[in-house]
Each structure stands twice: as C-alpha cells, then as structure tokens.
Design a protein around this ligand. Sequence first.
Ligand code: GLN
Ligand code: ZN
Length: 765
Amino acid sequence: MTTIHNLGFPRIGAQRELKLAVEAYWRGETDRDRLLETGRELRARHWQQQADAGLNLLPVGDFSWYDQVLDTSLMLGVIPPRFAVTNDTHPVDAAFLLARGRASGLPPAAACEMTKWFDTNYHYLVPEFQAGQSFHLADTRLFDEIIEARAQGHNVKPVLLGPLSFLWLGKSHDGEFDRLSLLDALVPVYQQILERLQALHIEWVQIDEPILALDLPSAWQRAFESVYTRLQLRGLNKLLTVYFGPLRDNLQLACSLPVEGLHIDAVRGADEIGTVIDWLPDYRVLSLGVIDGRNVWRADLDTLLDRLEPLHERLGDRLWLAPSCSLLHVPVDLEQETDLDDELRSWLAFAVQKLDELAILGKALDHGRAACAEALTRARAACNSRRQSPRIHRPEVRQRCESVDASMTQRKRPFGQRIQTQHARLHLPLLPTTTIGSFPQTAEIRQTRRRYRQGEIGEAVYHEAMQAEIGRVIAFQENIGLDVLVHGEPERNDMVEYFGEQLQGFAFTRHGWVQSYGSRCVKPPIIYGDVSRPAPMTVDWIRHAQSLTQRPVKGMLTGPVTMLNWSFARDDQPRAETCRQIALALRDEVLDLEAAGIGIIQIDEAALREGLPLRRGDWQAYLDKAIEAFRITASGVVDETQIHTHMCYSEFNDIMPAIAAMDADVITIETSRSHMELLDAFREFEHPNEIGPGVYDIHSPNVPKVEDIVTLIEKAMQYIPIERLWINPDCGLKTRDWPEVEAALRNMVSAARILRERYGAERAG
Ligand code: GLN
Ligand code: ZN
C-alpha cells in the first residue's frame, strides 16, 4: 500500500473563520472559550476533510492561532522576558502577546519581529534568543491535539519544526553569538518531546528541516549529524521533511541522517529523485512531494504516474506520496469558486482538490490506472484543454515577446545626459518633495468602490466620486506645498489586483485566501494565460489629476516583477516569460501616460527583492530577468520623461548593482527606521541616479518632527550629494488617517524649505 499523507493543511478555514474569530477576540467581542471552540471546530473539519480524501496519516500540529514558528518558540520556552508571560498566562494569550505586543489583560511590550518564511508570502515570527538561552517543554498543545484527533478516530502524524531550522530562523538580540552553541540546551527538550510522542504510541513524527534546501555553512551541515544521532528513539519513526527546493549539496547529508524516512520536494527538486533513491539506505521511507503545494494548478496525473510507476516498482511500500510542502500556501477549496467559469475551474486545484489528486495517485499505483480511469480521464481532459486553450495561448502575445530586442530595454541616452533634460523640463527645486502614491483610503472611498462593484451605483456616479477625491487630493498637495503630486490611488483596492483586473490572462477568486501573517490573509490573482492589455488602465485618472494643476503629477503603476511575485503564476512556461508579457503590457501603459502629457511615471517594484531565489547561486539569473522586465516597461519613453521606482524594503546591500541596473531616474526607498544607515550600501556602491530615502515611517501613527527630518536628510547628504536627493515618506499613505498625513507632510515640506535655505538656491537646470 502506498502511504499518502499531508504535511500541513491551511488553518484559516474556507471562510476565513479563524481570522474572524481571532479578530473578534482581540476586539473583546468574544471570550476565550468561544475562540478555543472555533479552533477545535476548524481542526475537526480539516482532519475530517483529509480523512475523507483517503489520507493514511493526518498532520497534527499544523494548526496555529498565529504562526507555527511562534508556536515552536512557545513550546520550547523561548519567550523573551519583556513579555512577562507567567504560568497563569493562557497559551493563546501568550501567543498574541508575543505576536502583537499586546493581549487581553496583559501589559504591552514590543512585538516580536516578523519576516518572510523562505520564499513564500507567508511571514513567521522570529524566535528571539539570548546568550545562555535555556529551553524547557513549556506547552503541551501538540500532545493535547494528538489526543483530540485520535478521539475523532484519526491516524495522526505530529509535525515539529526541527531544531536546526528553528535555530537558523531565530536571531539573537544580545549581541552576536553562535546559535549552534544553543544546541546542547535545545536537543534535550526535543528528546523530551519525542519521548512524550513515544509514550503516546506515535508511529511517525514529521520533523521539518526546510533549511536543508538552503546554502548552509559547513558547521550547520555537521550539526545535523550530531543532532539527529542524539534524537534516535526506538519505536518512534522520524520523517525528515525538506521542502521549497532541491537538496543539492545537502543531498548526501539528508540521505545519510539516522532517520527512518525522508520527504523531498519532488516538484522543485524533481531532477534529484533518482539520486536520492541511490543514496537513501534501502530500508528507509521516501516521501515524494509530487503535488505542488505552492501553486493552484491541477496536476498532470498521467505524467506523474509515468514517473511514479517505476519508482513504486522499485520501492514498494517504502514510497509515500504527499504535497511538496504544507498546503498552507494555497487556498482551501475550489468548490466555493462558483463565479469562475467551468473551463478555468477545471484547470485548478486548491488544498482539498490536491488531497484528492494524491488519493488518485495512490490508488493508481496500488491497483492500476484502470481502478481510477474516470478520475484520470477528467484530469487528462483538463490538462489537454489547458495546453490548447486559445484563452491561454495567444500567438500575438508570444510573437511580441519574441520580438523584444536590446533597444527595448535601453533608454536613449545615459542617465547623466537625460537627467539634464528632465531638470530643464520639470523646474523642480533642490530637494524636491513628493509622496509614494496613495493617500488615505477613507471608509467613504472604500464604500464607494464597494457600491460600484456591487452595482449599487453606476459608472457615472462612481467616476464623479473618484474624480472629486482626486481633486481634493491635488488641492491638498498644492496647499501644503509638495512639488511632485500624485492622484492618490482612490480607485485602487490593491496595487496588484487593480492592474490584474484590467489585464487579460489574470483571473480572480472570491475566496482564494492564503494566510500572509497572523490573521492577515491575501487573495493572490491567478495568472492563467498570455497577458495583454486590452485598453489603457490608469490614463484617464492621471490625466484628470494633471488637468487640475500646473505642478507635475506622477503617473503610478505596479511593476511587472511585483505583479508576478504577488500572484499565482503559470507553471506551463518559465516565470520570466510571464514576467516579460506583463512588462510589455505595462510598457504600453507607460507610453500612453507619456502621450497624455505625463512627465513623471513611477513604476513600483515592492516585491522585486522578495522574489530572490533561496540559493545565492540562483540570484543573478533571477535578477537579470527581473531587471530586464523592469527595463522593458520603463525604457520606451523619451529622455525628458522621468521614470521613478519605489521599493518598500531596504536591504539592498547585496543587490546594489541590480538596483542600479534598473536605471530608474529616481528611486524612493524605505530608510527612516534605520536612521539612514541603510544608505551605507550607497556609499560602497556608487548609485548614480537620484534617490528619495524615506524620511518618516508611514507604518507608525507618530507625526515626524521637522528637526528630525532635517537631521535625517543631513545624514543622507553624507552618502548622496544633495543635488540628487528627494524628500518623501517611506511608503504609500493609504493606511493612515488624514490628520496624521497632513501634519506629517506639512513638517516634511517645512524641513525641505529649511534645508534649501541652508544649502543652496535653485537646482541647476
Ligand atoms: N504606490 C503604492 C502606494 O503608495 C506603493 C505601495 C507599496 O510600495 N507597497 O500605495
Ligand atoms: Zn512601499
């Protein structure tokens, strides 16, 4: 019998029940018992769904109130003292306290840091270690949930984040020390956990060590051997679980560790399956993650079976099947997407459907393909229609992509020359002031958009309301004295969705939510087909804004790399190809804005850095394609047109040459939280173009003081010549309130005036 199992199921609930329950609890609208009850209901439902699909082993420990790494910290007693968590603190409240810096009835404290979980759009809470950190078994939830699942009649496999990945993902605030030095204290607690599992007669435990898909220093590689040797326990089988990429230089290590089974990501690491089988001792289980846990496409079961049958022949019952990684990263259930047309829907599989795919594969291996002929026929028909559909494959898009040549990725003259013509055209003062694009999205704006969507108000009324808002935003900016204005983005719900909805090749779900962090979920668009732009997307709004003022209004677009990285992308062509299609569609928008008289166009690339591959050796290939896509979008304009880009993260140090290679005339970035220290990168690598280092943190409601902004800019002047500096906030203002925005921007403009007075007159040109 082929064992089919799952590494983790989305916990948010098909209707985001977890989010709603948690937020209601935070607002004090429900009590803890009600919250705990919702958790139990969700777990029960999800286990049942997995059992109904026919899985042999169900994950336990994948449920979390906020984040599974945070749960591991709580289980191991890694709780920074500032949170004053005591034995009386309910574990749920402890989790919220660490995650949010507050919880009901407890004193506030600075929340734990959050960061991206590998290359997904999920964010985890960073474990905080202190020198001499001790560990102890501080939480029994895992064991309780095992008992809970068994009481419902399920065969379970507890899931643990492995000790090395846990240490790797954490950081120390007590100065730098070698996290590996904590192993001696940590391993005994893992031993204790395993003993408890053994006492519960657990047969298999899944120990996740995703860091085996990363470039690891040799000390960390060596540590694997000693740790896993110490974690051996008779009767308790360990499934060492790696995902998010191939093993590469960690392959032999992973195959040789003293565990009873190994799970590999057989989607991203498909090429390694043979080598893994060669290296794996022949009594061990090999779990192949053949169903893509990172994407929403229905699997090609025929092709998978072609590959799996010989392996099954060879490995017999030692072959297990699973999704490539936890299904946390895909939406819950396609059945709810009744608005999608049947054809498009037939191409997709969400978490529940992926379980069915696993079950079909298992059955076909055990009983022959004839035993599930009908299901295989349906899957085949869907794959064939996807391969051939004219909605997906559009020769004109393909031809245009192939016709891209070097001239399309190149501005006409180099920056040094074109900036002169831009200055001559724009007449901006020294230290020009601007904002990043959005202004507060008031309840009224959101309501107007919602009513328009739902058909309660017509197009004309909607347009008038948005134009009125744009008028107010323009007048406001003139009034407070900003130099380069924006229209404020009132018509945009989301910077990717807004464009995706107007492009061909994108689809949107109603309930396709995926957890981003804590109670926050995102609904990524699905890029299913060749991308094109049927009509201009932003031109009318920006033209209207420009008609209201003599000052330059900046056109505002989301860049191709960000569009791609924040969507579910096609798996039937390289990502770079999809990115290039988007780039060409956006290039047309840029040119239409220029033709409409817009002299400055900003192309946001918030997610460019996020898309970096996990292995450094793969970075350059990604960056080359990303930069090329950006340049295709940006380079069609005349030299007098000024191209801006904006990025909200700021750790550029390692990719400076790529940032410079984007060749944007102006780049605005986040720097205020680091007090401009991030600009160090600009000292070491001389960035030639103009830069707007954000002068205040828009994530905080605090109004920045004029003197503080002045000081920050003077600090920036140590890195970048004043002639090349802009003054702007860190990011868009859509989450803020008007009174804060007004006070903050007034101070920003005052600071600019003080500095102009102090350091010079008009800018050259
Ligand atoms: N132009 C966008 C805004 O101001 C940029 C948002 C972002 O960088 N995430 O909202
Ligand atoms: Zn930003």
